[in-house]
Ligand binder design. Structure first.
Ligand code: FE
Length: 131
């Protein structure tokens, strides 16, 4: 995979202030405020920064958290994870494998068969409705 690399200033110019804060500065949008937590349409969720396909609506489920939640990424290479020890917690951070955008966190309390809950920020995603 070809990595997408841009300077901080380039990202700042390309993204909205909220997208920049969440995706490039590891921010978190307040629960129940993003545009996708309650989106039920069929389609794919792409990276808001580089356009890489990250999640399919088929894996989206009702987590009750106020953030769009998925049981798995579209494939094993699209999303990478890192240990995140910020804010006094030990969590698994999810990032776009292509451009390193911060997407959210992964928790081990999702539905079967994966058992994973990819708790994402709407601000890091760009939904494309299925034609
Ligand atoms: Fe990306």
């Amino acid at each position: 995979m070809e990595k997408v690399k841009k300077t901080d200033e380039e990202w700042r110019q390309q993204l909205t202030p909220e997208q920049y804060h969440v995706a490039r500065q590891k921010g978190t949008e307040p629960a129940f405020t993003g545009k996708y937590w309650d989106n039920h349409e069929d389609g794919t969720y792409r990276c808001a920064c580089c356009g890489a396909e990250l999640f399919d609506s088929k894996t989206k489920f009702e987590s009750g958290t106020g953030w769009p939640s998925f049981s798995a990424p579209v494939d094993g290479n699209s999303v990478r994870t890192e240990t995140d020890t910020s804010h006094g917690m030990r969590r698994v951070e999810a990032l776009c494998a292509q451009c390193d955008a911060h997407l959210g966190h992964v928790f081990p309390d999702g539905p079967q068969p994966t058992g994973s809950r990819f708790c994402m920020n709407s601000a890091s995603l760009d939904f494309k409705k299925k034609e």
